[in-house]
Design a protein around this ligand. Structure first.
Ligand SMILES: NC(=O)c1ccc[n+]([C@@H]2O[C@H](COP(=O)([O-])OP(=O)(O)OC[C@H]3O[C@@H](n4cnc5c(N)ncnc54)[C@H](OP(=O)(O)O)[C@@H]3O)[C@@H](O)[C@H]2O)c1
Length: 271
């Protein structure tokens, strides 16, 4: 669906960024500030205001404080998310945004939301995130509000967190056949800010990292960069969702538009 005929979200508007304290959101906020206007940042925790930044507290999971957060915000950039329950959080936001008459709702989703099937209990346990991102996308699409959704591949920061967790073990079980296309969160933030300053555009082309690499290679890169050695042991994950991931349903090789590589990220992050 394309709703590009809606009026553009002019510069200088008050913009609400949900999740403006998170990995992606905190990189979106300064980019919107540079474009002018006040940026309101929704968080569950109380924050100090700063020049042009208006913190508001609220919880999208319960809906508490969300009406006040969206009041007067023409544009809403929805970056809040967690491994579970994004559909509920998004529904609460959509309902409040509809009541407030928001002009543009911008959503960040994940590549593969529509291609990784979450059917069985096993799928849900391991890949329920994709199902909840798809349901959240639908809440945005069906809201009746002018919208834009960008799907991105996994951020470097997420792969780093996974690598740090996995390499705590002396022997690392690595899902066989899994590949990833890590992308720089700053590059995604720049694209999201650009989209939120433009007209509502519906589902826009995916944003993928520069290279698709086997998970085992990404882990080896991390081990090298952090000066450690571990034995990697392939394990085959069951279920339809895992099969789809092995087939690359969460990848966008034709949209490898990100520039910063995993190696560049590791060199900077781990020194
Ligand atoms: N990470 C990835 O690889 C990746 C890839 C593609 C798409 N995405 C999507 O990008 C978005 C941002 O991801 P991220 O990695 O930046 O996440 P993150 O670092 O974990 O940050 C999550 C943000 O969501 C906010 N939040 C969580 N639960 C909330 C609630 N109940 N009410 C209000 N705010 C809440 C948090 O705010 P407070 O803690 O301050 O309340 C925080 O600012 C998510 O929608 C995610 O699905 C992520």
């Amino acid at each position: 669906m394309d709703n590009a005929m809606e009026p553009p979200a002019g510069r200088g508007d008050r913009v609400l960024v949900t999740g403006g304290t998170g990995t992606l959101g905190h990189l979106v906020v300064p980019r919107l500030r540079e474009a002018g206007g006040t940026v309101r940042v929704l968080s569950r925790h109380l924050r100090e205001p700063s020049e042009g930044i208006e913190p508001v507290t609220g919880d999208l999971a319960t809906g508490e404080g969300v009406d006040a957060a969206v009041a007067g915000a023409g544009v809403i950039v929805h970056c809040a998310g967690s491994p579970k329950g994004d559909e509920v959080k998004t529904r609460h936001l959509v309902e409040a945004a509809t009541r407030a008459g928001a002009r543009h709702l911008v959503y960040i989703s994940v590549v593969g939301a529509d291609r990784v099937p979450v059917a069985s209990a096993i799928d849900r346990a391991m890949f329920g995130y994709f199902g909840s991102k798809l349901a959240a996308e639908r809440a945005v699409t069906d809201s009746g509000l002018p919208w834009t959704t960008l799907r991105a591949t996994q951020f470097h920061d997420l792969i780093l967190m996974v690598a740090q967790q996995m390499t705590k073990l002396p022997v690392i079980p690595v899902p066989a056949g899994f590949r990833f296309q890590p992308v720089d969160a700053g590059e995604v933030a720049a694209r999201l800010a650009e989209l939120s300053l433009g007209p509502p555009s519906g589902l826009v082309p995916d944003f993928g990292g520069p290279r698709v690499e086997p998970l085992a290679e990404l882990l080896r890169g991390y081990l090298r960069a952090s000066g450690r050695r571990r034995l990697l042991v392939p394990v085959r994950l069951p279920g339809r969702a895992a099969r789809a991931v092995r087939a690359g349903a969460h990848l966008a090789p034709e949209r490898a538009v990100g520039r910063r590589t995993w190696e560049d990220f590791l060199a900077e992050r781990l020194g």
